[in-house]
Design a protein around this ligand. Sequence first.
Ligand code: OXT
Ligand code: ADP
Ligand code: MG
Length: 585
Amino acid sequence: MGTVEPQVAAGGAAAGAQAQSTDGFGLVIDALKLNGIDTIYCLPGIPVTDLIRKSQAAGLRVIAFRHEQNAGYAASIAGFMTGKPGICLTVSAPGFLNGLTALAHATTNCFPMILVSGSSEREVVDLQQGDYEEMDQLAIAKPLAKAAFRVLHAEDIGVGFARAIRAAVSGRPGGVYLDLPAKLLPQAIDAAMGRNSLIKVVDPAPRQIPAPDAVKRALDLLKGAKRPLILLGKGAAYAQADADIRALVERTGIPYLPMSMAKGLLPDTHELCASAARSFVLPEADVVMIIGARLNWLLSHGKGKTWGGKDAKAWGGQKFVQVDISPQEADSNVRIDAPVVGDIGSCVAALLAGMGAGWAKPPAEWLAAVAERKSRNVAKMAETLARNPAPMNYHSALNVVRDIVRANPDLCLVNEGANALDFTRSIVDMYQPRKRLDVGTWGVMGVGMGYSIAAAVVSGKPVIAVEGDSAFGFSGMEVETICRYDLPVCVVILNNNGVYRGDETNPTGGRDPAPLVFVKDARYEKLMEAFGGVGVRATTPAELRAALEEAIRSRRPTLVNAMIDETAGTESGRITNLNPTAKKK
Ligand code: OXT
Ligand code: ADP
Ligand code: MG
């Protein structure tokens, strides 16, 4: 148990050791502070308005949003970036539901987050008597969360937060729901008793050491490989074992492929990075070591043509090592020959120790083949990037972002859209870990502004958000939040007048527009100007570059409306094949 000065029950002002009683408000705040949680992403209203006020008064950083979903996405990505649970605080029923998408997103992406929602009175909810914002929130949250808890008594608040924190960050991280009925918050209890009821969680994410025989099995398999490959996922980025992961790649000399949010774990310009040879290395590799990634849809489930199989369901012949904290992950799609279960830090350290001296690098023919394919694709890309068409296309606009990130490698790059996402992923190199933040496992639109706000708050560094115009629309109102908190966020909208493209028409010839297009040449930059930020309309790479450089220099909230050729995109970007019509063909 640790100690914190209890909050004064009534006022919530500076606490004094002589305070006689505390209450639910104070205990929630103390529980967070005691566990090193210093920021709350929230939206006020009954019954949490005072909790939010008191949190700020007590020195927590309180970021108040315009919609709970964005506060939730902010909390989820703060969890990814810091390894501590991000806190999202909402009102009951509708506010809770607005936050729930983000909670499910956190669970799906293995990000630690706690959604804390106020709720109506149990007695009334359970008898379904129609309370203000009545809803059985705990029951609804359960299937979407890693764990869900409700606290009824002030003296249990400490336990409630301890359980929520442990559940969020231990083992495979995920989203946790914590239900705080309105009556709990003003409940007064003796200050000393309150203090004693709080728990400072000791070792919330305990190391999980892999079994020595599992490590040996994995190394033996790798040793025998002729064409080995390492696949790094966002779990590897989350683990914050950056130096050891780099050492593992470099000491083994094995080419590696980063998943989207693992980009920058080693610089994308590293000679062993195989991103530019993706469609070559996946089918050609004979042993693949997966570190912190799942063989889900993003990896074609480890089989099929992507992996050299003769049809969509066929095994490509690879052997797999999988390093993961979840003992249930192995074999979920294809056979894993050497599962290594443990936290990535411990597993990678054990692999390094087990390699010993004299580890032979992979055969030169393999390295040469990867390098050859890579340089061919890099040259092709350089050629495309060098063009300067009018109007701008994705390549000419993103070439600018690529230069800006190279010059400012510590900025965070948030990214969502379809073409806007896929082109950015392959064009913009990342140089540092946990700097690329994107749509993740669900390919979800709407994370953009929440992620940008949290990234700026957590890192204190400039953020560039590359957004499709459709993607931006899901959370665009949060530009007011960006301005209100004066955050160094520069939103770049790749504006092609629509979802995927802007040139579709209504086949009936009627007055209604086609469902995938928006108002042409919309002036998104004026949204930022409306709240005191800087708005720029850019029609050339030079204008885009000047706007980005100024945004980074000034750190002022900026929105650049980058006008893109409305015919440049393809339906669903790089995943056209997942459209049901394409699947049928
Ligand atoms: O090897 P090959 O030759 O194949 O080449 C590859 C690499 O080797 C090469 N490469 C390089 N070459 C040279 N140099 C370098 N450095 C280099 N790096 C790579 O480039 C290619 C491609 O590489 P990549 O990307 O690694 O490989 P690939 O094959 O694409 O990888 C496969 C995947 C699956 C891993 C990858 O594609 C991936 O990660 N995809 C993620 C896709 C995704 O999540 N998409 C978002 C969802 S789409 C859709 O659902 C949308 N919606 C519906 C919707 C959603 N999502 N959510 C909600 C809440 N509601 C509705 C909507 C509404 S998108 C969308 C809006 C779209 O409109 P916008 O206006 O926002 O956006 P625009 O499209 O811009 O208009
Ligand atoms: P990507 O989308 O980049 O492929 P996924 O989200 O699919 O990555 O996979 C991340 C994996 O990392 C999950 O299986 C999760 O259990 C695992 N993971 C997360 N954190 C750790 C950790 N600290 N140690 C080991 N494995 C982890
Ligand atoms: Mg678009």
